[in-house]
Design a protein around this ligand. Structure first.
Ligand code: OGA
Ligand code: NI
Length: 352
């Protein structure tokens, strides 16, 4: 996207939820004009995304080996899979869904108590606006750093609904363990020692929660709920809306709808695992579509390496046939946002 000029202060935007309530015309800055990843179609086919059983993954029996094979195949082709048997009770998943909905159902005045201020990432509101002509997403979100714990910005942590803090705390504690277990399994699926990715990931990984709210849009063919992007994380774990579909993944230059699988967690790797795996595993480009009838809520948890860590392809995955593809990076997510909002793929900046 040429011709974008950086801005220093964030533009003040009305929450999308309010625009819908007030029946506003769709402002031009939401209308997608960049079609490098294809147009917004309403006839995107649906497909079965690979399913991986997390319990079987850690089994020492034959099924463990088979599941590792599925994991490796899913991540080298799709870059994502539906995780089942992840150990989080359905009743608790329901609570996470419920508290997310309750937050977005609060009055605007109440939500704005946690409103993001310019130059901050955390808080409730629109996405960061970094460029004057940046196309905006048809969504509002609540973004919170959850780990490391001592870096939380509690002023953005809603006290209403009452149980949100506690549920987020518990949910992130559980997902932190799942992410670590996954990184071990991913290493093993590539015939590497268990700790190969974890060594780079570190003991104080960074985890962000992002509650996404997609209001219905009268003209879904014009806007993105979330524009095409790959995540800057190591691993992202997404809790999809239980009833309303919207996520789409790009594979071999074609878009596919990701079906809802109740109580499964959609796992995708982010750019930092693509880098560590020297490109053997793919951080998938994905987007969220809107629809004209129903609102949609999702909760994405971004698990990233400890800050200050060097992230680079692991040695065992570099050889004459497969030369090193990526430079060493540090604090990748910091540079990520600039590229992302420009509509470019941040990972292209670190390719050799
Ligand atoms: C994200 C994301 C997809 C969705 O938050 O990075 O890709 O369906 N979300 O909400
Ligand atoms: Ni994403």
């Amino acid at each position: 996207m040429a011709g974008l000029s950086p801005i220093t202060a964030d533009i003040d935007c009305k929450p999308v939820q309010d625009m819908v309530k007030d029946g506003d015309e769709i402002p031009d800055k939401y209308v997608c004009k960049d079609f490098q990843f294809g147009t917004i179609d309403d006839d995107v086919p649906t497909t079965d995304i690979p399913v991986v059983d997390l319990k079987a993954l850690t089994s020492s029996a034959a099924c463990g080996k088979e599941e590792l094979g599925k994991l490796q195949s899913a991540l080298s082709s799709w870059g994502c899979f539906q995780a089942i048997n992840h150990g989080i009770e359905e009743s608790f998943i329901d609570e996470v869904n419920k508290v997310s909905r309750e937050f977005f159902d609060l009055s605007m005045e109440e939500k704005q108590k946690y409103g993001r201020v310019a130059d901050d990432i955390d808080g409730y509101g629109n996405d960061m606006v970094l460029y004057e002509n940046q196309t905006l997403d048809w969504s509002d979100r609540l973004y919170l750093l959850v780990h490391p714990e001592d870096e939380r910005k509690l002023k953005y942590w809603p006290e209403n609904p009452k149980s949100l803090r506690e549920i987020l705390e518990e949910y992130s504690r559980r997902l932190k363990l799942i992410a670590e277990q996954l990184l071990k399994s991913i290493a093993r699926s590539l015939n590497l020692p268990d700790d190969r990715f974890l060594r780079q990931y570190g003991d104080k990984p960074v985890m962000y929660a992002r509650f996404n709210f997609y209001p219905p849009c009268p003209r879904p063919e014009l806007v993105h709920g979330l524009k095409p992007h790959a995540d800057g994380s190591a691993v992202t774990i997404l809790l999809q809306d239980k009833e309303v579909e919207g996520l789409q993944v790009l594979k071999d230059d074609k878009w596919y709808r990701v079906p809802i699988m109740p109580y499964a967690l959609l796992v995708n790797i982010g750019d930092q695992v693509e880098i560590m795996s020297n490109g053997l595993l793919k951080s998938p480009v994905h987007r969220a579509a809107t629809n004209s009838e129903k609102e949609r809520i999702t909760v994405a948890m971004f698990c990233s390496p400890e800050s200050g860590r060097d992230i680079e392809p692991v040695e065992e995955l570099i050889d004459d046939k497969r030369p090193r593809l990526y430079k060493k990076v540090k604090d990748y997510t910091a540079t990520y946002f600039q590229y992302y909002q420009e509509g470019k793929r941040p990972i292209d900046a670190v390719k050799i």
